[in-house]
Design a protein around this ligand. Sequence first.
Ligand SMILES: Nc1nc2c(ncn2[C@@H]2O[C@H](COP(=O)(O)OP(=O)(O)OP(=O)(O)O)[C@@H](O)[C@H]2O)c(=O)[nH]1
Ligand SMILES: [Mg+2]
Length: 142
Amino acid sequence: MNKILLIGKTGSGKTSLIQSLQGEDVIYRKTQAITFNGMFVDSPGEFLENRRLYPALMTSSVSCNIIALVQDATAINSVFPPKFASMFKKRMIGIITKVDKKMSHPERAEKFLRRAGTDEIIRTSVTEDIGLELLRAVITRE
Ligand SMILES: Nc1nc2c(ncn2[C@@H]2O[C@H](COP(=O)(O)OP(=O)(O)OP(=O)(O)O)[C@@H](O)[C@H]2O)c(=O)[nH]1
Ligand SMILES: [Mg+2]
């Protein structure tokens, strides 16, 4: 079974995605620590926002074979440094969230994710059920 670590800014929608893919009700709950849920490893946004916490992300990535960089489609900037993906010697994917929102700009989000070093990018919305089947197919692929 694949194991996926989700990394993204605070509020980018990592936990909502996991809840949705796990068939759970999507309920807002701030992630306070590395959290395991089925095939997913959820991380708090602070681990990405604070570079001193990168080692915690690296440690969490060891047991995973896919790393997903999560970018909010409404965000006008990105906290992923260029080539962030190259820190992980793993299969990397990019997930764009909240494409349902009026202010969303998926092309901009895609540019941020490409700059970070991901090639395979999926656009999603948990509220409108967009891209979730595709994402499921991508992350269950061996
Ligand atoms: N409209 C819309 N809102 C979303 C979507 N996904 C998440 N949200 C909202 O975004 C907010 C933050 O979502 P979370 O899933 O908690 O974000 P997170 O990345 O886990 O945040 P941290 O745990 O703080 O790192 C919540 O209020 C969600 O309801 C989406 O696809 N569309
Ligand atoms: Mg969370």
